[in-house]
Design a protein around this ligand. Structure first.
Ligand code: ATP
Ligand code: MG
Length: 430
């Protein structure tokens, strides 16, 4: 029969790999806890309207990349391509601002985009994002950027470049957009096909075209920085000033625009300087109009999202995972011994020891080899001799020391066993 395979662009995360995911998850969630950000979880699918209205109809994501379908009741549904729109919907729907006007939130989970799979680009991928809702202050932008950078630094990733830009308010942008359109129109024939298409619907996106010819044309194009209102300019200067204060180096990139319509003023990206493939590991910015646009009360906000697959590609080689271990491996031989072993297993399990029971019929030599392989601190051995005398033997693996006790004694020795396990853990640095 034909094998069933995972869908193109999706990946299994197997147990060994998952250890790295857990490692970074713990690191990041501790860090966010310290910054007093709270985790939020929203559904993986939403009404497609949310993305049409939130991300924007003329963006690549909505046009080409969404997993969009009709469910059995003919609802138009989309698997979330990003996290912010869903959080804003939840914020409005649950009247979150009613309880607290500033919300510092974070999320992590799978996102879905129909893109050409390659290294660091999947159709189901994971993002971890932070959102600071409710403040217009430049300190909010800087806090979000600072947090993103410190997430990377906490994983020993320092070869990074922070690009930042102000894309102004929507009004500034529409004036700029018209100027840019006029300018590019003169070079229409020389533009790459993608940029030709964008010229009508989304000309600003042409700014981050990778096509060298288009880039050459753009070098003389009007710059967004010349179209910013005084307020936007002041805000941008303040953000840059705080970044300097925080010792975060940045590069002002006037061609940095983001692929989603909802941003205004601050836009930023963090790139790695070391990867050959997909180098953008974090993207974000301010979105002061999104909440109102989705039916809420006008509320400013700023946030960003980190691509976890790309983060892991970089972080993995710097992560030293702790050695794998278990507290007790239970080795038995013979039916009566198997029964005693099951009882011991139950006692240890209730006391929350990390244990594994050998369910093979191999000889003790082989079972003890297994115990070593699993990194067992101790092996509990019950054979015919032990059964006859009602005993259990405990072999402490690193010293080969062995001791015996009756089953009764064993059950009353839990605190002794806990201390011994702790001792062996400390000398073996588990
Ligand atoms: P790119 O330019 O790489 O397509 P983007 O601008 O579409 O990125 P955002 O929407 O800003 O990406 O998402 C934030 C981060 O999520 C990206 O910087 C990247 O690290 C990650 N990301 C985006 N799309 C994918 C994908 N298809 N597979 C893996 N990671 C992704
Ligand atoms: Mg993309």
């Amino acid at each position: 029969m034909a094998k069933i395979q995972a869908i193109r662009g999706t990946k299994d995360i197997l147990p060994d790999e998952l250890q790295y995911w857990e490692f970074i998850h713990n690191k990041i969630s501790n860090l966010l806890e310290c910054a007093n950000y709270q985790e939020i979880r929203t559904p993986i699918f939403e009404s497609s309207d949310l993305y049409d209205r939130g991300i924007g109809k003329h963006t690549d994501i909505v046009n080409k990349e969404m997993y969009r379908f009709h469910d059995r009741s003919n609802r138009d549904i989309t698997l979330r391509p990003e996290g912010t729109a869903g959080i804003v919907r939840a914020f409005i729907e649950n009247k979150m601002s009613y309880h607290q006007n500033l919300q510092r939130l974070w999320y992590s989970g799978p996102m879905f985009r129909y893109e050409r799979p390659q290294n660091g680009r999947q159709r189901q991928f994971h993002q971890l994002g932070i959102e600071f809702i409710g403040s217009l202050d430049a300190r909010a932008d800087s806090e979000v950027i600072h947090l993103a950078i410190s997430i990377f630094n906490s994983l020993n990733l320092t070869d990074l470049k922070l690009d930042i830009n102000s894309i102004g308010k929507i009004e500034d942008r529409s004036i700029y957009q018209a100027k840019l359109q006029d300018y590019l129109q003169q070079y229409y024939d020389d533009l790459d096909p993608d940029s030709k298409k964008r010229l009508i619907n989304n000309p600003i996106r042409i700014l981050d075209s990778k096509n060298t010819n288009t880039q050459r044309i753009l070098s003389e194009a009007p710059k967004i920085s010349n179209f910013l209102s005084l307020e936007s300019q002041k805000h941008f200067d303040a953000v840059c000033n705080y970044l300097k204060l925080l010792d975060i180096s940045y590069n002002i990139n006037n061609n940095l625009v983001r692929g989603l319509d909802y941003y205004n003023d601050t836009a930023f990206e963090i790139k790695t300087l070391t990867s050959k493939g997909q180098d953008t590991v974090c993207g974000g910015g301010r979105y002061d109009n999104l909440i109102e646009q989705l039916g809420g009360i006008e509320t400013p906000a700023v946030g960003c999202a980190i691509g976890l697959e790309r983060l892991l590609l970089l972080a993995k080689e710097k992560i030293e995972l702790p050695n794998k271990y278990i507290d007790f491996y239970i080795a038995t031989q013979g039916e009566k011994a198997n029964e005693a072993g099951m009882k011991i297993m139950n006692v240890l399990h209730q006391q929350l020891f990390k244990i594994e029971i050998d369910v093979s019929t191999s000889n003790f030599g082989k079972q003890i080899k297994q115990a070593n392989k699993k990194g067992a601190i101790a092996c509990i051995i019950i054979g015919n001799k032990e059964v006859e005398q009602g005993l259990v033997s405990i072999k402490w693996m690193s010293t080969q020391q062995q001791e015996s006790m009756t089953i009764m004694q064993f059950e009353h020795s839990i605190s002794y066993l806990k201390k011994k396990i702790l001792f062996y853990k400390s000398i073996n640095s588990y």
